[in-house]
Design a protein around this ligand. Structure first.
Ligand SMILES: Cc1cc2nc3c(=O)[nH]c(=O)nc-3n(C[C@H](O)[C@H](O)[C@H](O)COP(=O)(O)OP(=O)(O)OC[C@H]3O[C@@H](n4cnc5c(N)ncnc54)[C@H](O)[C@@H]3O)c2cc1C
Length: 431
């Protein structure tokens, strides 16, 4: 290739496309390389994207973006072996001004990258970045690809969870198994009318469900409605799989969830269309890598910018890409100095945004939950038992039921344990 661009972006996922839109719109010559046949060709996720962050990058994106359904109801299901407790919120405000939507990455990423192209980005698909070029020790000056080298004033690595490029640049140490989740997803075809009846939605309305509990293992499941398909999957932390040596556990969990008497009717009559698996970097605030060096920044999953608590990966990727792009634009304006000192503004942008504010605020929660597994195992079980006792009418006074419920809580977790858990969650999440 041998060409020179002001900005070279590796990876045309949400982070890369948002970075490219920002730099190209500001008039910087921008190249985005993508290893897939097209943007999104090999990408997968659960399926939920938040509206407002997306609209900040492409205003009124819903007029052209390939959206599946607009979510009007969010549900949490806490399972036990043969029951579930549901916490849900359905709101007509979500119908009028939708808060989130479902999408397929193959279509959404393709559309998003086309917005970057319209803004002036050169997109080169079927091109794999193989490393960075060094001008002098410590100064990155471009990338090498399987089609030749490309020089650049600044490189933005948006190459996802495995980021070999960031590793090669010394910005990304090998992640630990406790920082990485493996997610598996199955897509089921189901006629549109059946989805509408089953989930009580109309037109392009949809439902998002998070699923926890009912097992000894810690996991998080999801079920999202699309136009005529359902996205159904589960994520589990690698170190947990290693401990139990059950590396096929995500698949076993998925099978177990599918057979669960509450879930099985939701998938009944559907046919499996696709199976995919991918890594999710969930280390959070404490495990963030250095985000920049001389001549390079890292964004999205490659920089571990995922809020696992709220399943926010895509909008963190978009926003970090946007801020990396904005930092490049600022560096050009201030005389074309792409040194680490100048690119440090990228971290400042992130710190002033919801991305690092949220990651920082909830920095202790993932490890707290991981070391107090009963939040996702015992408590869902307990809650189901309590609800059963609450609704069960057996001729005895309610006072007796309440006394039994109290006894059950204290026997299974202990009075002190329950109080400690309450204080712990309050301190980590609410204070
Ligand atoms: C099972 C699962 C469920 C999820 N559910 C959700 C959800 O519901 N909502 C949500 O917001 N997030 C979800 N996420 C997380 C979300 O998918 C990621 O956080 C998001 O995709 C990160 O975007 P990115 O652009 O940083 O990386 P990616 O989307 O991984 O994009 C990286 C791009 O770089 C390309 N690439 C990689 N290496 C190279 C190379 N060397 N040269 C050229 N190109 C390269 C890839 O082909 C890809 O296009 C989920 C993840 C998983 C695994």
């Amino acid at each position: 290739m041998g060409e020179k661009f002001e900005v070279v972006i590796i990876g045309a996922g949400p982070a890369g496309a948002a970075a490219a839109i920002t730099t190209a719109k500001a008039g910087m010559s921008t190249l985005m390389v993508e290893r897939g046949d097209f943007s999104g060709a090999k990408n997968m996720f659960g399926g939920l994207v938040f509206t407002k962050p997306t609209a900040e990058i492409i205003p009124e994106f819903w007029k052209t973006a390939p959206i599946e359904r607009r979510i009007i109801e969010h549900k949490y299901w806490l399972l036990s072996e043969g029951s579930h407790v549901e916490i849900s919120h359905r709101n007509q405000k979500f119908a009028k001004s939708f808060n989130s939507f479902t999408a397929y990455r193959a279509r959404f990423d393709k559309w998003f990258a086309s917005q970057a192209e319209s803004a002036g980005t050169t997109l080169l698909t079927r091109t794999t970045a193989t490393g960075v070029l060094w001008d002098s020790p410590g100064q990155i000056s471009g990338i090498s690809t399987d089609r030749g080298d490309v020089k650049a004033d600044v490189v933005i690595a948006c190459d996802g969870a495995n980021s070999l490029i960031a590793k090669g640049a010394g910005l990304h140490e090998e992640w630990k198994p406790e920082d990485i989740a493996i997610g598996v997803k199955e897509t089921y075809s189901l006629p549109k009318e059946k989805i509408e009846d089953r989930f009580n939605v109309r037109g392009d309305e949809g439902v998002a469900m998070m699923i926890y509990g009912g097992r000894q293992e810690e996991y998080a499941g999801f079920l999202y409605t699309n136009k005529d398909t359902i996205s159904f999957g589960v994520g589990a932390i690698m170190s947990d799989l290693a401990k139990t040596k059950s590396y096929n556990m995500p698949m076993q969990l998925l099978e177990w969830m599918k057979q669960h008497p509450s879930i099985q009717p939701l998938l009944e009559g559907s046919s499996l269309r696709e199976y995919t698996a991918h890594l999710i970097p969930e280390g959070g605030y404490y495990r963030l890598p250095p985000l920049y060096t001389n001549g390079m920044m890292v964004a999205g999953d490659a920089a571990m910018l995922v809020n696992a608590l709220n399943w926010e990966g895509t909008n963190f990727a978009m926003f970090s890409g946007k801020y990396a792009g904005q930092t490049a634009v600022d560096a050009k304006k201030s005389g074309g100095n792409y040194s680490a000192a100048n690119l440090s503004k990228y971290r400042t942008y992130l710190e002033n945004s919801f991305v690092l504010k949220d990651l920082k605020k909830f920095r202790d929660v993932p490890h707290y939950i991981a070391s107090h597994k009963y939040f996702l195992t015992l408590y869902p079980e307990l809650l189901n038992d309590l609800m059963y006792k609450f609704f069960d009418v057996d001729g005895r006074p309610k006072q007796e039921h309440l006394a039994e419920m109290k006894k059950e809580i204290y026997t299974r977790r202990g009075r002190v344990g329950v109080v400690r858990d309450g204080i712990g969650i309050y301190r980590k999440v609410l204070s």
